[in-house]
Design a protein around this ligand. Sequence first.
Ligand SMILES: Nc1nc2c(c(=O)[nH]1)N[C@H]1C(S)=C(S)[C@@H](COP(=O)(O)OP(=O)(O)OC[C@H]3O[C@@H](n4cnc5c(=O)[nH]c(N)nc54)[C@H](O)[C@@H]3O)O[C@H]1N2
Ligand SMILES: Nc1nc2c(c(=O)[nH]1)N[C@H]1C(S)=C(S)[C@@H](COP(=O)(O)OP(=O)(O)OC[C@H]3O[C@@H](n4cnc5c(=O)[nH]c(N)nc54)[C@H](O)[C@@H]3O)O[C@H]1N2
Ligand code: SF4
Ligand SMILES: [Mo]
Length: 736
Amino acid sequence: MSERTISRRGFLAAGAGAAALAGLGAGAVGFGEWNDAVAEGVEKGEIKAVHSLCNSCSSKCGFTAYVKDGELVTMIGDEQHPYCEGTLCARGYAYASIAWSKDRLTEPLKKNDKGAFEPISWDQAYAEIAEKVQSIISSDGPQALAMIQDPRPSGSYYTKRFMNALGSANVYTHGVACNMSKNSGMTQAIGAADFTADVANADMVMFLGRSYCDAVRPASVHALQRAHERGCRIVMVDPRCNASTVFADEWLPINPGTDLALILGMAHVLVEEGKYDKDYVANYTVGFEDWAARLAEYTPEWAAEKTGIPAETIKRLANEMWNAAPKACIEQGWRAAFGCAYQNSGETARALCLFNTLLGCWGVEGGAYFPASQSAGKLTDPKFAAPAAPEAKIIGAEEYPLSSSGMGVSTYALSLIPEGTVKGVFFYQSNCVAGYSNPAQLTEFVGAAELSVAIDVQMTETCQACQYVLPDTTYLERLEVPEFVGGKVPVVSLRDRVIEKVHPETRPVDQIFTELAEACGVGEYFQFTVDELADAQLQTVGLSLDALRKAGGTVAFPEKALKFGPKTSWGTKDKKVHFTSEACEKAGFPSSPGWLEPMVMPMGNEFRLIGGKQAIHTHTQTANNEELMAITKEYGLDRVWINEDKAAELGIADGDEVEVTAPANGFTGRGRAHVTPRINPTAVYLPSHYGCSVPEQKTAYQVGLRQMDFVPFHIEPGYGGTMSQEALVTVKKAGA
Ligand SMILES: Nc1nc2c(c(=O)[nH]1)N[C@H]1C(S)=C(S)[C@@H](COP(=O)(O)OP(=O)(O)OC[C@H]3O[C@@H](n4cnc5c(=O)[nH]c(N)nc54)[C@H](O)[C@@H]3O)O[C@H]1N2
Ligand SMILES: Nc1nc2c(c(=O)[nH]1)N[C@H]1C(S)=C(S)[C@@H](COP(=O)(O)OP(=O)(O)OC[C@H]3O[C@@H](n4cnc5c(=O)[nH]c(N)nc54)[C@H](O)[C@@H]3O)O[C@H]1N2
Ligand code: SF4
Ligand SMILES: [Mo]
């Protein structure tokens, strides 16, 4: 328990979330009265305050939970946590109810011959899984095993340790369907997988398919709003008028898949007009001449043809960026436009870094910076010694040589199941089957495995495809290893136990992997508790579990704070920015980035299917939340966006039921239309959280359409991304 008490300001910040949590046992009282009651409870010691981290999305914001008699009374974002700055988003509040969800997994399950799940004991689950693990290792070696996990603090640590102890290098994240292409392209250009636009201090920022107000991290929303209010020029490039456009000066409804052409067109203008940081290019880069020569053909008029953005606008934007430089950049993006969307996604990321290089913005205040970081030091106690690193490379690193720092390609590994190269697969906190590529195809791959295990908190499409399903505790019920977060000032923060286990037969991730390791014969690597591990890691940075708890759950390292100043040394071999890349050339791309058309382009009556987040949902994991789904239903958020002129041509009115079909795989689904002028006429947009096909998720089941059903199974050459928007659809009025 922390000694920190709630401030009045903290109470006010709780806002809507407090109301959302009322259903969790606080009873119906007025808001003000309730806050006062909580404050009084804390003072009297009847309500305890626990600092922890949200698990509703990968941002893992810090919050304080107020708990009375084992019940969660309210939650308030921690002001010292850099991602939330005191405010949680709607998902952060609502997702807390997962602990008490009626649809939770409560005991280990095994699929029977008829395909139905039956409860089994933990001992039976461990024994049977271990037997299969050992038999796969003895027949095919440990590389026939793969693990797919969502990078959360304990999850990352325990899954990797478990797989490495078995001798397998195949530990994957959700990267292929998130930011893999982007990270990989950036790595080729600058030797770093990411950077951060200094929105707080910039004079101009251009966003390519990145929407802080839809795909929320509270601190990013705050930064965007403040930038707008102080007059920073904000340009939102998005086929769809996204929610962040409220803070933008300009919305450019680009033809989806053509951001690369926009960057090349703007770079052409700057290079031709000699408007680039010549000193920087001369001193800290290689290959500029090659790119400059290649850019010659990418005139603004050419780019206008591709993007649908007028040539005059492209010239003006390039000039505005140059005039604002070095306090300007193209923001780094995250997923949609080039995280993993197209066959040109990796090349788009590479070109983006090179455009920013022309601006001379690297490391400069108001430009683009590289977060300062702090991590745990090496643990000296031999019980924490890591298993030897596997000799083999992660599957996919060779076939997709540009995939970021050898991260491998999970979907490729799964595709090797039917031929028997991969035989056993584990999923931890991952709904891979519904979200990493085409679900029917992924179901088939996983179904062919000799061993398939999903560890989750609710029945999912991925669980359904597996033989064994193991029930984790929820994030509110477990302590995890500390989370180190980079930023202008790096911090360490803690996910702590907020409540006792709700279901006795669930087990936390650290326990599951420790016990599985024992059963598989590699228990010697797991001779410690998560409390001991967390404490030992914290000791390496001058803290302890107790100290971090007492300090409010998040502690900053001001001595490691970022110092602005032009970046002069890079993570590439020769420490320079690379306009040209040998690795890209080897993988079949031009040495410096040029135009690469998306793999498929809409013709005739086809549209490109694009997806994106909504502020109140996370991927596939929140659709079953009753409070959030009620908002979806009230506002019809599951509707398919279609341009009003196109809709008129097709005889579709707002709210009509429509049939969406993917000619590539014949998949058809029905949903309702959101007819709007606010989308590029060549695109149809599906929010990416719906279309759940699991009956056990009683709230989410069959609400809306699932984007991935319309996406063929394919992998971006060289880079390994899922190419989630290389998908075409036709739309017609249902029954027409
Ligand atoms: N609410 C919410 N927030 C989240 C998450 C969540 O699930 N829900 N997840 C978190 C995670 S893991 C991630 S990766 C980030 C994702 O963060 P973002 O990448 O910002 O999220 P998206 O919504 O996928 O895409 C943003 C925008 O790109 C647009 N877009 C689509 N195609 C194109 C294109 O070809 N060109 C351009 N210029 N724009 C295009 C979409 O219309 C959408 O508005 O969000 C994080 N935050
Ligand atoms: N359909 C669809 N596909 C997508 C996206 C999308 O928005 N929609 N987004 C893309 C992006 S940007 C990303 S990053 C990836 C994300 O892909 P994933 O990381 O797989 O995210 P989710 O689909 O939300 O699935 C998370 C799973 O973790 C489970 N879970 C939640 N809490 C816990 C816990 O405490 N323990 C355990 N063991 N499990 C838990 C949830 O029930 C859920 O099944 O998906 C990509 N693909
Ligand atoms: S952005 Fe929202 S859902 Fe994500 S961690 Fe923060 S509060 Fe939770
Ligand atoms: Mo993501």
